[in-house]
Design a protein. Structure first.
Ligand code: SAM
Ligand code: SF4
Length: 329
């Protein structure tokens, strides 16, 4: 079992399979992004080797993310190969975070490969606002993708990044829309990752007040529901859905952190909100044994910080130079 120096058990691995994406969400990327050369990105074999090592050490949940995981060529193959490992050691769940634009084409394969739950990022239900925010997106594709996922019995959670003066007037509508579809929803505070073309402070909307207002308006109940993540949940009885709030800035949650992340180039980050990493790419060839890699993982865990370093205020530019799409959200 993997543990850090604060005795937190690490049983959840997130892997960014690509930094590329078919959208350019304004809080995540610049309009003109330079993506990594393909040779820098981990191959499927390298990713699977890491997966094998992590699950042999008790990691029981893996999430594939990006960039947009579904834009990576032949991603079904990787998903299928990792899906086949479910049931070995304690590995229980393979899941995915996606923007949903390509879900229609992939939903059935995902289900067949053992994916029963996905997170879909959707910050507005207004087609024009969606197009504006994502710069390239068409809301209809996402809605059709959601429909397909539901038809294939994939459980969905919608992730909504709360953006000041952009979608704050839509939260009630989004909540009811999710309720009617019977899908959980989580609101997330914007994090100061990477320098986009937008001023971060102008995007930041603390969620405490939003949460209190939604609790009042919809009589949301207190809940002990947990998904092993940083979300704090309320229960929406009328529709039997969970409503989560992720508040890295306004209310720190790091004491329960159970995860580490691998970037698409093979860097292992102990924390989304911290710059320290170990680069595994050079160790993922036949010159190095799994034991060597494992020793490095143990070594890295000593660097897992007690809490993240995110700060957001008027004066400070994004604290971290990394973009969310490379590290994986
Ligand atoms: N492309 C996929 C998607 O959008 O779901 C997966 C990758 S995306 C980087 C993962 C999650 O990170 C999404 O829910 C996205 O909304 C969120 N995200 C991206 N940049 C963020 C930021 N600066 N602060 C908070 N969440 C962010
Ligand atoms: Fe792409 Fe996801 Fe970033 Fe949007 S949030 S630009 S969909 S990686």
């Amino acid at each position: 079992m993997l543990k850090d120096i604060f005795n937190r058990e690490i049983n959840y691995l997130r892997i960014s399979v690509t930094d590329r994406c078919d959208l350019r969400c304004k809080y995540c990327m610049k309009e003109k992004m330079e993506f990594l050369p393909k040779k820098d990105v981990l191959t499927f074999e390298q990713i699977e080797r890491l997966v094998d090592i992590f699950i042999s050490e008790g990691v029981n949940k893996i999430r594939l993310t990006g960039g947009e995981p579904l834009v990576r060529k032949n991603i079904e193959k990787l998903i299928d190969n990792i899906g086949k490992k479910i049931g070995t050691y304690d590995f229980k769940e393979l899941t995915l975070t996606t923007n949903g634009t390509l879900l229609k084409q992939h939903a059935k394969n995902l289900k067949d490969s053992g994916i029963n739950r996905i997170n879909i990022s959707l910050d507005t239900l207004n087609p024009l606002k969606y197009e504006k925010l994502t710069r390239l997106g068409n809301l209809r594709n996402v809605l059709e993708g959601i429909d397909c996922a539901i038809k294939n019995n994939i459980k969905i959670k919608i992730n909504v990044v709360a953006l000041k003066n952009f979608n704050e007037n839509e939260f009630e509508e989004i909540l009811i829309w999710c309720g009617k579809l019977g899908i959980d929803v989580t609101f997330i505070e914007v994090m100061p990752m990477g320098e986009t073309d937008q001023y971060r402070y102008d995007q930041y909307l603390p969620l405490n007040e939003v949460r209190n207002n939604l609790i009042k308006k919809f009589s949301l109940e207190n809940s002990n529901y947990k998904t092993g993540g940083p979300s704090k949940y309320n229960y929406f009885n009328k529709y039997d859905i969970n409503v989560g709030f992720i508040t890295p800035l306004s209310q720190n949650f790091c004491q329960d952190c159970n995860r580490v992340r691998i970037t698409c180039t093979g860097r292992l980050y102990m924390c989304l909100g911290q710059e320290k990493y170990i680069d595994f790419k050079k160790y993922l060839n036949n010159d190095f044994s799994n034991q060597k890699i494992l020793n490095l993982i143990y070594e890295s865990l000593k660097n897992k910080p007690k809490s993240h370093d995110f700060i957001i205020n008027k004066e400070v530019k994004p604290y971290l130079s990394r973009f969310m799409n490379t590290t994986g959200g």
